[in-house]
Design a protein around this ligand. Sequence first.
Ligand SMILES: Nc1ncnc2c1ncn2[C@@H]1O[C@H](COP(=O)(O)OP(=O)(O)OP(=O)(O)O)[C@@H](O)[C@H]1O
Length: 239
Amino acid sequence: MTGLIVEQISHDWGQKRALDEVSFAIEPGRFCALLGPNGAGKSTLFGLITRLFTPRSGWISVAGHRMDQAPLVALGQMGVVFQQQTLDLDLTVWRNMLYFAGLHGITGKAARLAAHDALDRLGMAERRGEKVRALNGGHRRRLEIARALMHGPKVLLLDEPTVGLDAQSRQSIVDHVHTLAREDGLSVLWATHLTDEVLPGDQLVILHQGKIREVSTSSQTGPDLTAHFLSITGQDRAE
Ligand SMILES: Nc1ncnc2c1ncn2[C@@H]1O[C@H](COP(=O)(O)OP(=O)(O)OP(=O)(O)O)[C@@H](O)[C@H]1O
């Protein structure tokens, strides 16, 4: 299968088992919400998928390329938006895009086309001349997503991309990324602990204490999904 496959991944931090035989797959065109409370193992999983470190066991495949066998090809098929922002605040939107294109070996006209196209997809083309410092948090996030798309990845990973944003910016980003999955055939992995970012029909992977508790297609939203999530993660019984 193309898309993203995570197969039997385990990882320990010292004595602590952070991920325990985690498996799931995301087909092209699907938005997958990775839901987990704090400490569930979401960031550890992101670190493994992006090869910041390697798993103790199991394997990961991106667009048909195994991370352990062909890491550069696999990473080349992936766009990543990390929790921490990594934009140059003193450069314009456009310069940030071109700089990043260069890191991917995309230069000249190809870079300008890729940058324009990606900004357009995120509704950011009109802001290309603005310094990043002047953008609000939601627009900075959209710029980071646009930047992650320039090299034409098949898989897009976002680690809690809406943290710290107001409700309207959050909704706009959730909508944009759903559209990207649907229209561009991207496999999206979106880590969050906020159930209102999950839409009906999304794939749902619930992670708790390093284990997968559920892989399903979301049919519930709002308070029903929140109650379901809390019951699965035992937080409804928290003191
Ligand atoms: N570098 C590390 N060294 C040691 N333990 C770690 C490290 N990173 C994470 N852990 C531990 O592994 C477990 C999973 O943490 P992780 O950060 O992956 O969860 P998370 O779901 O991303 O949580 P959060 O939403 O709070 O970021 C936690 O118990 C955490 O304390």
